[in-house]
Design a protein around this ligand. Structure first.
Ligand SMILES: Cc1cc2nc3c(=O)[nH]c(=O)nc-3n(C[C@H](O)[C@H](O)[C@H](O)COP(=O)(O)O)c2cc1C
Length: 253
């Protein structure tokens, strides 16, 4: 059985993980862990799993680390995927693989893909694009081959350094404008419960992940960044000139 797990506040990781899963087995079991995991998943050595996460500040989002502790493998073949907004994925894939190895998985393939930046839609706009999807197909075919002919040591080496990158604080969080009609969807869909159910204008900034899910799902378009336009301009300029623009997907298999 193929199990596809993803944490995906603004749905791009979901898109990439489910496309890979469909290519491997159209009957895969989809497991959205964005809002956490209630009970443990225990997989065995005849299962295969995919785990996909977005890069937050060059690392695995802290909430995902907690959820991953509830997904247990028993020499289960695993494919890991990190999706990022074209700045860099830094140590995310290495950290994800280290955690999953500790959970009993045998990582047979890993990849990074680029998707539109959830904090600034002028960065990596339109990604994943046609070329990305071709790479995704290539990745899926390579995994199929690898699963047909298991080797003695099939584990993969990915980029990244230990100790992992220190997470910088991000002074970005969503605020509410006058279009809010208190429907409560954002409070229901917040991965960390940072939004007040009674009054969605109240956000607990101490626990907000700045993941932009509320921003993305609001039917009224009532969420805005608190960030000043100058900060967004700087992020965009840094991406273009310092982080050197276009990044290809990377496959480790
Ligand atoms: C809080 C936060 C931090 C981020 N940090 C990075 C980063 O370090 N590098 C990068 O390239 N993209 C970064 N991104 C962009 C996301 O990785 C990217 O938009 C991803 O596609 C989001 O996945 P999702 O749509 O599944 O939520 C960050 C996004 C957020 C919300």
């Amino acid at each position: 059985m193929l199990n596809a797990f993803y944490f995906s506040p603004t749905f791009s990781t979901k898109k990439i993980v489910t496309l890979i899963a469909k290519g491997l087995d159209p009957n895969f079991s989809e497991k959205d862990i964005t809002l956490g995991i209630d009970s443990e998943f225990i997989l065995n050595d005849t299962d295969t799993a995919i785990i996909g996460i977005p890069v937050h500040n060059g690392r695995v989002p802290a909430l995902v680390v907690e959820s991953l502790k509830k997904i247990k493998g028993n020499k289960t073949n695993l494919i890991t995927v990190a999706v990022y907004g074209s700045r860099d994925y830094d140590d995310t894939l290495l950290e994800l693989n280290d955690i999953c190895q500790g959970q009993g998985f045998n990582i047979i393939a890993s990849a990074t893909f680029v998707a539109q930046h959830s904090l600034n839609d002028t960065i990596a706009t339109g990604r994943p694009n046609k070329e990305d999807l071709l790479k995704l197909e290539e990745f899926t075919l390579k995994i199929k081959d690898k699963l047909k002919t298991p080797e003695q040591d099939s584990s993969v080496k990915v980029k990244g350094k230990f100790p992992y990158r220190k997470k910088p604080g991000l002074p970005i969080y969503p605020i509410v404008n006058e279009k809010c009609n208190n429907c409560g969807l954002c409070a229901k869909e917040c991965p960390v419960g940072a939004i007040d159910f009674e009054d969605p204008k109240i956000i607990n900034r101490k626990i907000c992940l700045s993941c932009m899910r509320c921003f993305n799902i609001c039917p009224q378009g009532a969420r805005e960044h608190n960030t000043k336009p100058i900060a967004m301009f700087l992020l965009n300029t840094l991406n273009k000139f310092v982080f050197k623009g276009y990044k290809e997907p990377e496959l480790f298999i």
